[in-house]
Design a protein around this ligand. Sequence first.
Ligand code: NAG
Ligand code: NAG
Length: 309
Amino acid sequence: MKAVSIFPFLGATVLAAPLCGNATGTSDTRLNLLPSTVTHLQLALFLENLEAEFFRSAVSNLTDQDARHGASFRQTVQAAAMQEVAHQQALANILGAAGAAAVPPCRYVFPSTNTDEFLSVGKTLSVIGAGATVGLVGPLSATNPELVQGIASIAATEARHAALFDVANDAAPNPTAFETPIPGTWAFNLALGLAVPGTCPLLPPHGHLAQTRCIPPGGGPDAPTRFTWDAAQEPFKAQSAEPLYVAWVNQMRPPIYTPLGISAPGSGDAKAPEGLQGAVVVVLTAQNRLERLEELAAATLAGPVVLVV
Ligand SMILES: *[C@@H]1O[C@H](CO)[C@@H](O)[C@H](O)[C@H]1NC(C)=O
Ligand SMILES: *[C@@H]1O[C@H](CO)[C@@H](O)[C@H](O)[C@H]1NC(C)=O
């Protein structure tokens, strides 16, 4: 493979060393990427677009005097915003070198309108960003090992963003030993949920999943978690006779399945397994055997929902 110059933004080193062999050159050398690799990188950019806009919006919302967190917090958020832009630029450069389309940003609606909500939503978005980037390492290592180091270095920074929110929330910045990996289809659907429908110029080719909402348990450690969904959604109509399960994905453990007790159309309860910690990714499925995340992603009926416990 010939060296390709990829110009970084804001001094960030280029994603993967083999791609930046010529610091002076032009970038007309093409990079050969498999279509599946292009899809993975487009998904990574789709997520970075969301994160960049989230932090950009937060910077303009926060004031230097923001009561609890002070001027340095706004600067930290501003630095995170610039880091997301650097990620966008690096991914767009690689896609460009491969002759593939960069994914432009959508318009987004964030479910946060004040600083407290920003801190809560930001924590969840950051663990999604870190987990989704970790999730890309598996498929990329099979086809493009030379890209893995760069992707892993993005994941490390996304995890620091999660820690930034932990510190601001007075929580421990290092809650778990392992990040929870998020397969591409799940990450795509999580990000799509914050985009205004019809405003994404280019969507990475992942399937759209049915939606479910999750109401965390109230009233004691044994209380079940309630899931609700629109029962008119296609997979629920087709599966109505079969038992459903909640798959709980946490850190590097195989998924844990618990039965979903349907209490009414579009509503059911499941008990969370013990010992979950950190980011928990939850989906509804009609089987309780699959151990590999990619297989579970393909067998997902609805979700995901991300809980931070
Ligand atoms: C870098 O790229 C330029 C333009 O393609 C070329 O002229 C030059 O020889 C290259 N340098 C190295 C060290 O490969
Ligand atoms: C910034 O404020 C606007 C207006 O309240 C809100 O819609 C948006 O979600 C906020 N951004 C973030 C990241 O919380």
